[in-house]
Design a protein around this ligand. Structure first.
Ligand SMILES: C[S@@+](CC[C@H](N)C(=O)[O-])C[C@H]1O[C@@H](n2cnc3c(N)ncnc32)[C@H](O)[C@@H]1O
Length: 210
């Protein structure tokens, strides 16, 4: 993927089986001919790094400080392995964290990004394993937290980004954002085929409402 080879551990969100990671790379401008949606010479926080393909590619593209967090321990190890494989182990810190919890209180970034688990599950749904966390978010609890906390993690002039899908409930997401004092600005969108379906992924910028 993206002209490089990657480790993929069992139980980690698997880019070969979904077009969404490739779409993420295009939306961010890490591949293809888009202008970067992140600050190329800046710092980059990826929530939910999975294999680490996005975080590692951001480091290889020039981001000097990259932090990759995931709630799945095996994804944290996968990201670490891929950072080592591509020689950026010293610049990509892979941390086990529920969203921002394991970060220092003062850590700020030029870009904060999450390709999220956008499928809405009932609020009372209990995960049967970490792998499900890559896909579904009961009651959009994690999204509510991300919308609230991501803008607070920005360095001056930074951008808090969320990659979401038309498979998710966009209206519900916007309502949660409004309730949290946030506005979602669509920075980019891209359609792609998954099986017989045409899906669209949206790259939202989360802004604090005035
Ligand atoms: C759709 S996958 C994206 C993986 C990878 N970024 C990619 O594009 O291939 C979502 C990722 O978010 C992680 N995740 C889900 N809930 C999380 C949370 N509360 N905190 C941190 N990571 C989370 C999942 O474990 C999964 O790796």
């Amino acid at each position: 993927m993206a002209g490089r080879e990657w480790d993929l551990l069992d139980g980690v969100f698997a880019p070969p089986f979904s077009a969404t990671t490739g779409t993420a790379m295009e939306l961010l401008g890490l591949t293809g001919d888009h202008v970067p949606a992140y600050r190329r010479d800046g710092s980059f926080l990826e929530i939910g790094s999975g294999t680490g393909i996005i975080a590692v590619t951001a480091a290889l593209a020039g981001c000097g400080r990259v932090v990759a967090s995931d709630i799945s321990p095996v994804a944290v190890e996968n990201t670490r392995l891929n950072a080592e494989r591509h020689g950026v182990g010293g610049r990509v810190r892979s941390v086990h964290s529920d969203l921002f919890d394991a970060l220092g209180p003062d850590e700020r970034f030029d870009t904060v990004y999450w390709h999220s688990n956008f499928v809405l599950a009932p609020a009372e749904y209990s995960y049967r394993g970490d792998h499900e966390r890559a896909y579904v978010d009961p009651g959009y609890r994690a999204h509510r937290r991300y919308l609230t906390e991501a803008p607070l993690r920005l360095a001056p002039g930074g951008a808090a980004l969320l990659q979401f899908s038309t498979r998710g409930d966009v209206d519900r997401l916007r309502a949660i954002a409004a309730a949290c004092g946030r506005t979602l600005v669509t920075r980019r969108r891209r359609e792609f085929a998954e099986g017989a379906e045409t899906l669209e992924h949206l790259l939202f910028e989360i802004r604090e409402s005035c």
